[in-house]
Design a binder for this molecule. Structure first.
Ligand code: GLN
Length: 614
C-alpha cells in the first residue's frame, strides 16, 4: 500500500520488520524491572526511561525505534571488539597464550582465574583487562586511541568518549584493580597495572548509540565487512573467533541460558546496551539502562528473545534445500546457441548433443549446493563439455569454492572441459574461482551463455570432422535461402549483386534505416544484434542476412562484421526484377525464407520452454 505524504511525494508502506520493532518498543516500555547500575557512580545518573532499538541489515539498512540516538557508554560491549583487535594486532598465538576461551559460569567481575591462572575468556573483566594489556604492550600510550579508532571502524563513524564516566570508574574501580594485580602477579599483564587499567576504563567509557551498536553488530555478522562503509574492518578469522566467545560467554553467567533460548551471539554492557550479531543476517543494538542481577539489560533481553522467537532466528534452527540451486540442466539439443549452423554442422551436433551439458545455477554456491551439483554430473553419462552458467549466482562461500575447485579437478582428470559463463572478470566470485582453480587448464570462461554454448558446439563440430573455417569462401549455391535454384538462376542473381568487403567491427546494417537490399555472406562472420545490444545470432559464410527486407521495409536489427567479412549485396529493386524474370525461383526463395523462419521459431520456443519449465 502506498500513501501520499504531505509534500506530495510517494511514501512506501512500513516494512513489517520496522512495525515489529515498534511493537516491541511499545510493549517492553512498560517493563520497569531491574535497576540502573550505580557501582560506577556516574552510571547511576542514566535516565531509566530511555529505550532505543536499532537493527542493521547486511545490505546496509538501519531500522531505528525510540531512543536509538541517545548516547551511552559502551562498557563491556567494547570487549569483543578489543579481543578481535588483539587477535589481528598481536596474532592468535600470543592472545590465546594469555587468555582462555572457556565459559566461566561466573559473574562478569569475578576475581577467579582458571587452573593456569589465566582469565577464563575475553568476555569477563579479567580477560578484557588482559586484552587491553596486550594492546598496551603493542601500542603503548597510543593504546586507547588505537582502540577507539577500531570501534569507530565497526560503527562507521568517529566515536566520542565520556570523560565523567571514565573518571568515575577510575576513582572507584578497585575490584578491577584487584583483578589487574592478580593478572600481573601471574604474568598475564606485563605492563604497569595503572596504565593498563587506564586503557580499560577509557575503552568502557566510549560513547555509542543503539544505532551504532546495531551497525557494529552487523559488521560482526558480516565477517568483519561494515555493511554501511563497505570497509573490511578486521579479518574474518578474528571475527569468527570473537563471535565464538560471545556465543559461549557473552552474557556471563546467563550465557548458557541465553544461547539455549535466544540462539544469537550477544554481548551486554552495564551501561544498558545489548549487542546481538546473527551471522549472515543482522546486527541488533538496544539501549535500556535497567539491568537484571547478571548485569544484562532487562528490556534488551526481552527484545532479543522476541525477535528470535517471532522470526525463528535461533542460529541452530536452520535448514536448506540444495536442490533449488539448479534451475536448468540440459544438453544442447534442447537449447542450441543462436549461431545459424550449416546442414553438416547441424547433423554433427544432433548426433553428439549429449557431449555438451549445460547447468544453470542460481543463488549461493554453498557447500551443499555444489555437492548437489557434483552428484548430478556424476550420475549421468560423462559429457566432453560442462557449461556452468553462473549469471544468477549471487555469491560463493569458501566451502562452496573449495568443492568447486575439487569438482573441476575431478572433471579435468576425466578430460572434461569446464566452461563458465556469467562470471564478470575481476568480480569477487571470479577472483575466488581463479584462486581455487589456479593451474587448471580445463577451465574456459565466456561472459555470455550463448557464446559459451557456441564455443562448445564449435569444439564438437571440429572433433567430429566438421571444418570450422571462418575464412572459407562460399558460393551462392550453398545458401540455404537459395536452395533449389538452377545454375542459370544463380548466375543471374550473382550478376545483379555486388561483392562488398567489411572490416572487423564495421556496421553493415543499421536498425531503423530503410531495408533496401539482401546480403549473402561469402566469408567471415557477422553479428546480428538488437539496438539494446541483445545478440540475436552469429552468422558465418553461407548464411543470408537482411533477408527480412523481403518482408519488411525497415531494418529491425543491427548487423556488424565480427571479423573481416565479404558478402554479396543484392538491391531489393534488382531482386524484384529477378523475381519477375524467374517467377519459379522467386517463389522458391520465399518458401526457403518461410522454412528458415519456422526453424528459428522452433529454436526460440525451445529456449522459452527451457527457461520456464525448470
Ligand atoms: N566498566 C565495567 C566494569 O568493568 C564494565 C562491566 C560490564 O559492562 N559488564 O565493571
Amino acid at each position: 500500500m502506498k500513501t501520499v505524504a504531505a509534500n506530495g511525494t510517494w511514501v512506501g508502506s512500513k516494512p513489517p520488520l520496522l512495525r515489529f520493532l515498534d511493537e516491541c518498543h511499545a510493549k517492553f516500555s512498560a517493563d520497569d524491572d531491574g535497576a540502573v547500575a550505580d557501582y560506577i557512580p556516574e552510571l547511576g545518573k542514566a535516565d531509566p526511561a530511555h529505550f532505543g532499538i536499532s537493527l542493521a541489515t547486511l545490505d546496509g539498512h538501519v531500522y531505528e525505534v525510540g531512543d536509538s540516538k541517545v548516547p551511552f557508554t559502551v562498557q563491556s560491549m567494547s570487549k569483543p571488539f578489543v579481543f578481535a583487535l588483539a587477535l589481528d594486532t598481536l596474532g592468535a598465538a600470543r592472545v590465546e597464550s594469555a587468555i582462555g576461551v572457556e565459559p566461566s559460569g561466573d559473574p562478569f567481575n569475578s576475581i577467579r582465574l582458571n587452573a593456569e591462572n589465566h582469565p577464563f575468556n575475553p568476555m569477563v573483566n579479567a580477560g578484557a583487562i588482559a586484552c587491553s594489556g596486550l594492546i598496551h604492550e603493542a601500542r603503548d600510550d597510543d593504546a586507547f586511541e588505537y582502540i577507539r579508532e577500531a570501534l569507530g571502524r565497526f560503527a562507521g563513524r568517529t566515536l566520542a568518549f565520556d570523560e565523567a564516566v571514565y573518571a568515575s570508574e577510575s576513582a572507584t574501580g578497585d575490584r578491577n584493580r584487584a583483578i589487574a594485580y592478580l593478572l600481573r602477579t601471574n604474568a598475564v599483564l606485563k605492563d604497569r597495572v595503572d596504565s593498563v587499567l587506564d586503557v580499560y576504563f577509557r575503552q568502557c567509557a566510549i560513547l555509542v548509540t543503539a544505532r551504532d551498536i546495531a551497525v557494529m553488530a552487523a559488521t560482526l555478522a558480516n565477517r568483519g565487512l561494515n555493511p554501511l562503509t563497505g570497509q573490511q574492518v578486521m579479518t574474518p578469522y578474528a571475527i569468527s573467533r570473537t563471535l565464538s566467545v560471545m556465543t559461549s560467554s557473552g552474557m556471563y553467567d546467563y550465557a548458557g541460558e541465553w544461547i539455549y533460548r535466544v540462539g544469537i551471539p550477544a554481548k551486554s554492557g552495564v551501561g544498558g546496551g545489548i549487542l546481538a550479531a546473527l551471522p549472515a543476517r543482522l546486527g541488533l543494538g538496544s539501549y535500556s539502562p535497567r539491568l537484571d542481577s547478571h548485569g544484562n539489560s532487562v528490556r534488551g533481553i526481552r527484545v532479543c528473545e522476541s525477535l528470535s522467537s517471532h522470526y525463528d532466528l535461533h542460529m541452530l534452527n536452520r535448514s536448506d534445500d540444495a536442490r533449488t540451486s539448479i534451475i536448468a540442466d540440459y544438453t544442447i539439443s534442447k537449447n542450441p546457441s543462436r549461431r545459424s549452423r550449416r546442414p553438416h554442422e547441424r547433423d554433427i551436433l544432433a548426433t553428439h548433443h549429449e557431449q555438451v551439458r549445460v547447468i544453470e545455477l542460481v543463488g549461493t554456491l554453498s557447500f551443499s549446493n555444489v555437492d548437489y551439483v557434483s552428484r548430478q554430473l556424476a550420475g549421468k553419462p560423462r559429457p566432453q563439455f560442462v557449461i556452468f552458467d553462473l549469471h544468477r549466482v549471487t555469491s560463493l562461500t569458501r566451502a562452496g569454492a573449495r568443492l568447486v575447485a575439487e569438482e573441476f579437478r575431478e572433471l579435468a582428470a576425466h578430460h572434461v572441459t569446464v566452461v563458465l559463463s556469467g562470471v564478470k572478470r575481476g568480480s569477487r566470485e571470479w577472483d575466488i574461482i581463479r584462486e581455487w582453480t589456479g593451474g587448471l587448464t580445463n577451465v574456459r570462461d565466456f561472459y555470455l551463455l550463448d557464446t559459451a554454448i557456441e564455443w562448445a558446439e564449435d569444439q564438437i563440430v571440429y572433433r567430429h570432422g566438421g571444418a570450422i573455417d571462418f575464412h572459407e569462401t562460399t558460393e551462392l549455391s550453398e545458401q540455404p535461402l537459395l536452395a533449389g535454384l538452377s545454375t542459370e538462376e544463380l548466375t543471374d542473381l550473382a550478376s545483379i549483386g555486388t561483392v562488398r568487403h567489411y572490416r572487423a567491427g564495421e556496421k553493415i546494417v543499421e536498425a531503423g534505416t530503410p531495408a533496401a537490399s539482401v546480403f549473402f555472406l561469402r566469408s567471415g562472420a557477422v553479428l546480428v544484434t538488437l539496438p539494446g545490444g541483445v545478440r540475436l545470432a552469429t552468422l558465418t559464410a553461407g548464411m543470408a542476412f537482411g533477408e527480412m527486407a523481403l518482408l519488411e521495409p525497415t531494418r529491425t536489427a543491427d548487423v556488424t562484421a565480427d571479423m573481416a567479412a565479404t558478402a554479396y549485396e543484392i538491391p531489393l529493386r534488382e531482386f524484384e526484377r529477378f523475381r519477375k524474370q524467374h517467377p519459379r525461383a522467386g517463389e522458391r526463395v520465399m518458401r526457403n525464407l518461410a522454412l528458415l523462419l519456422a526453424d528459428r521459431l522452433i529454436v526460440a520456443n525451445t529456449k522459452i520452454d527451457v527457461l520456464t519449465s525448470n
